[in-house]
Ligand binder design. Sequence first.
Ligand SMILES: Nc1nc2c(ncn2[C@@H]2O[C@H](COP(=O)(O)OP(=O)(O)O)[C@@H](O)[C@H]2O)c(=O)[nH]1
Ligand SMILES: [Mg+2]
Length: 309
Amino acid sequence: MPSLLERFRAGLERTRAQVETRWKKLVGLKVSPEFWDELEASLYAADLGPGTVEDVVGRLRTRMAEDRPVSLEELRRLLADVLAGLLPPDDPDPLALGTERPHVVLVIGVNGTGKTTTVAKLAAQHLARRRRVVLGAADTFRAAAVEQLATWAERLKVEVVRQGAGADPAAVAFDTVQKARARDADVALIDTAGRLHTKTPLMQELGKVARVVGREVAGAPHETLLVLDATTGQNGIQQARVFAEAVRPTGIVLTKLDGTAKGGVVFAIERELALPVKWVGVGEGVDDLLPFRRDVFVRAIVDAGASGA
Ligand SMILES: Nc1nc2c(ncn2[C@@H]2O[C@H](COP(=O)(O)OP(=O)(O)O)[C@@H](O)[C@H]2O)c(=O)[nH]1
Ligand SMILES: [Mg+2]
């Protein structure tokens, strides 16, 4: 079994390879305006975003004497320190359940970001802890979306609650919670629609879903995970703002890290949204969802790759 660090490394390989190439050009350069420009460019390329880049460079400046050559090792060490300092402490257990049953998790986000896949991945992790899980197919806008979740449910051998095409998502969510309670399930995971071109009704709909489950179980939804696609980089932050107007997310799932060199968007998310990244998606398989770990994430970007320094 690969370690969490190895899995983060594999998922962040594109991001790491890109900054590594740029950092190697800095070796032998004295700390100078040229050095800072190159370093900034590497951080922009990883999609840290302007605010974070400025912050990182500002912090490094106070720790690096000008006019002195820098070794790659020193740069890695300082960057690891500064970058980790920009992220909040880890959620010790993003699968933790409170006292209420079922524990209701709402998964929201734009179409194609990976919501349905993430619901399946989360179900698999709860199942691995021997918890009983019920899925809710509240993306009723597209028949294919319901089928996709049903296929996962079959594969995972869990129950899925669905209604006919075009059904009210809040009614599906209500049914899901009822079914979960009847089955004495620990967790209800609810998939939702993410079409953006009809923005206002979608947001109203999500608000209603959240209210309906909240009437059924105290404190529900206990977790609202906003799924963002890392390949869209900074655009995801704008999407997140739109969704946050309807339902306040409790955390972010950043998917498709494996397909992008923009892994640094994690820092921009933290800075712009003040929402913790709780999970990262690193592939299409059911096991390709990793709990976010600040230090591991930073090491996977900053440390030398398998080929060494
Ligand atoms: N490479 C990669 N693909 C992913 C990841 N998460 C989801 N996908 C793929 O992204 C596509 C859209 O996912 P889906 O769950 O249907 O998105 P939804 O429309 O938000 O429900 C599918 O082909 C998934 O297999 C990930 O972490 N990495
Ligand atoms: Mg879907």
